[in-house]
Design a protein around this ligand. Structure first.
Ligand code: APR
Length: 319
């Protein structure tokens, strides 16, 4: 039987997710949105491209959780995106309310699904979603690290004129300005990035600029678009996570997951490398951190914790 992916939120990211999933023939797609017309219209539009693009999956749109029943994967983008000048944290109050409704909906209809959250502020929203829904922690994850790493790799590839496929890196921590590019684990054509700096092939100044541009990668796009935030790269990253789960790929990818002692961190969601397979989060991979990476990672965790405290003030039910 074909797998079923439900997309909660049929906006910019939701629509792009649906299209990518259809093109890959990954699963049947249910687009759910409180604005039913958007979900139905996008599902029909993409379905009408199937004869041209040659895919064979069903696409439907709905505003009824019954239609999402027994989904294998749920990807959540319900919520409000940033406007120019806003940080992801500014979205907390409004998106927290939305995620509470979504959690209610999915826990009744798809308690066994692998749930990928994309709604911002990511780490706090995914943690709230897990708490509100009560779904198992290894089946509720956040999409951020793949996107941040992808941005970093792309910028490095442009600067060094090396194909993206030959660059390996991880960006970890919270999905905000405090995210941490793991320079110690960054390799260009098999060579450590800091060796390139030492050899003068990349100046420290350029590297610092790329790290900074990565941290502000989302804001740069918000500034251009004016009316919304990035959606192509976030959707591609979400699909990668869904595929890892559905096809049991067991790839090592950075995702926001619940940390329970790993990285010296208790009871918080943040981005670290994990193995995703058919059981969900199958392993949390502990990288060795340099002193500086450790300091930056701890700062990032602190920022996520502070934002979660702010969320608890907004909704005291979140303990
Ligand atoms: N249930 C379902 N859908 C909802 C709900 C809800 N309670 N509330 C809002 N939505 C829908 C909106 O109707 C809209 O179609 O969520 C969709 C969001 O789409 P966009 O506004 O286009 O936002 P998008 O760019 O897709 O980003 C969504 O992902 O990356 C994050 O910061 C981003 O939080 C934002 C989210």
């Amino acid at each position: 039987m074909k797998k079923k992916i439900t997309l909660i939120g049929a906006g910019q990211i939701g629509g792009t997710l649906a299209h990518l999933i259809a093109l890959k023939g990954l699963a049947d797609v249910v687009l759910f949105d409180v604005a039913a017309g958007i979900a139905k219209g996008k599902a029909l539009d993409i379905a009408q491209s199937s004869p041209v693009s040659g895919f064979n999956v069903n696409l439907t749109g709905t505003d009824n959780y019954e239609d999402t029943k027994n989904s294998d994967v749920i990807i959540i983008t319900a919520g409000v995106p940033r406007k120019p000048g806003m940080t992801r944290d500014d979205l907390l109050g409004i998106n927290l309310k939305i995620i509470k409704q979504v959690a209610e909906g999915i826990k009744k209809t798809s308690p066994n699904a692998f749930v990928i959250c994309i709604t911002n502020p990511l780490d706090v929203i995914v943690m709230a979603l897990q708490k509100y829904s009560g779904l198992p922690k290894n089946k509720v994850v956040g999409m951020a690290g793949i996107l941040d790493s992808s941005r970093f790799i792309y910028f490095l590839s442009e600067e060094l004129r090396v194909p993206v496929q030959k660059i390996k890196s991880f960006v970890l921590g919270g999905h905000g300005d405090s995210m941490v590019a793991m320079l110690g684990s960054t390799e260009i054509e098999g060579k450590k990035i800091m060796d390139l700096v030492r050899e003068g092939k990349l100046t420290q100044e350029k590297l610092d600029k790329i790290v900074d541009r990565t941290k502000k990668g989302g804001a740069e796009i918000v500034k251009y678009l004016e009316k919304g935030s990035a959606f192509y790269a976030p959707a591609a990253s979400g699909v990668e996570m869904a595929e890892c789960y559905l096809s049991d790929l067991k790839k090592k990818i950075p995702c926001a997951v619940h940390l329970n002692g790993e990285y010296g961190t208790q009871n918080i969601y943040a981005g670290v490398p994990v193995i995703i397979g058919s059981k969900g989060v199958e392993k949390i991979v502990e990288l060795e951190l340099s002193k500086e990476e450790r300091k930056n990672f701890d700062n990032s965790i602190k920022a996520v914790k502070e934002l979660f405290d702010a969320a608890k003030k907004i909704d005291p039910e979140l303990v």
